[in-house]
Write a protein that binds this ligand. Structure first.
Ligand code: SF4
Ligand code: SF4
Length: 282
């Protein structure tokens, strides 16, 4: 079973939920796919045993073969190629913007002159280890690199379907989140009872409904703010899986990189109950 933990915005406690859920279960594989800012390792303190550089193939154009026909620009859905057409000033040329390239391979496949070859561009690293009895994998995107979905896919290529897989997804509702949650059987959306929390929850719900992924909500710091998130969930028949009230002790543990279930063991049962609710729904 693959369970992702996501949130429409950062700072809601998504990693806290993912880490503590993972620590409450057995036979778990934990994937931190928040590759722009992975921080589950702060709480799980894995022993990293393997490390792989992550690459994407980007096009390199052989100017001697290229006739500036423009086909590569046409097929690139990501606007990563510009073509200067032939004219009085010369035979034209091709400009590649590697930071926009998703490595899909369409341009090299469809170039009529076979003028494009693919070269590897390093985008980050995938690290694999062990943490408190579970397999731990995370991706770390290189500083300045913006193309996180290919790295997320390389982390998820290592999913072990014999285990309960917990994925810590990136925050937001754009491409990286979609890349991280799309293999999930179930997604836990973490939110807080504030106008910002509700706004971003509504967006995240829309995305998951379009992707046809089952989901439920965890309300963190549930006793502050207002009741609009609760009402939204009731009106839209969205299950509330768990409510975690604001607790100074939890905030203190977080600031020291200590998982809740390590010190407040009663939370293990609460996370297991949540897991059982998810299993029932599936
Ligand atoms: S498709 Fe090939 S030949 Fe045409 S502009 Fe691109 S690289 Fe040049
Ligand atoms: S590999 Fe795909 S994304 Fe990259 S430049 Fe070619 S067509 Fe565009």
């Amino acid at each position: 079973m693959i369970i992702s933990v996501a949130s429409g915005k950062g700072g809601t406690g998504k990693t806290t939920i993912a880490v503590n859920l993972a620590l409450s279960l057995s036979n778990v594989q934990f994937l931190d796919c928040d590759v722009e800012e992975p921080n589950a390792h702060i709480f799980l303190k894995p022993e990293i045993r393997e490390k792989f550089l992550a690459f994407i193939p980007v096009p390199e154009v052989d100017e001697a073969k290229c006739n500036a026909c423009g086909k590569c620009r046409e097929v690139c859905a990501y606007h990563a190629i510009a073509v200067i057409p032939p004219g009085d000033s010369g035979k034209g040329s091709v400009l590649v913007f590697p930071h926009l390239c998703h490595g899909c391979g369409a341009c090299s496949l469809l170039c009529p002159q076979k003028a494009i070859k693919e070269v590897n561009k390093e985008i980050g690293v995938v690290e694999i280890g062990q943490a408190r009895g579970m397999q731990f994998i995370h991706g770390k995107l290189n500083v300045g690199e913006i193309m996180s979905p290919p790295l997320i896919r390389q982390v998820e290529d290592r999913i072990d379907s014999d285990k309960t897989v917990i994925i810590d997804a990136p925050p937001g509702t754009s491409c990286p989140v979609i890349a991280a949650v799309k293999k999930s059987d179930y997604c836990i959306l973490v939110t807080e009872p504030t106008p910002f929390g509700l706004n971003d929850l509504v967006l995240a719900v829309e995305v998951l409904r379009k992707m046809k992924i089952l989901f439920g909500v965890v309300i963190n710091r549930s006793d502050i703010g207002d009741d609009k998130v609760e009402r939204f969930c009731q009106d839209n028949k969205i299950p509330i899986l768990m409510r975690i009230p604001f607790d100074k002790e939890i905030a203190l543990l977080y600031s020291r990189g200590i998982p809740i279930v390590q010190e407040k063991t009663e939370y293990k049962d609460r996370f297991r109950n949540m897991f059982n609710k998810i299993k029932e729904r599936l």
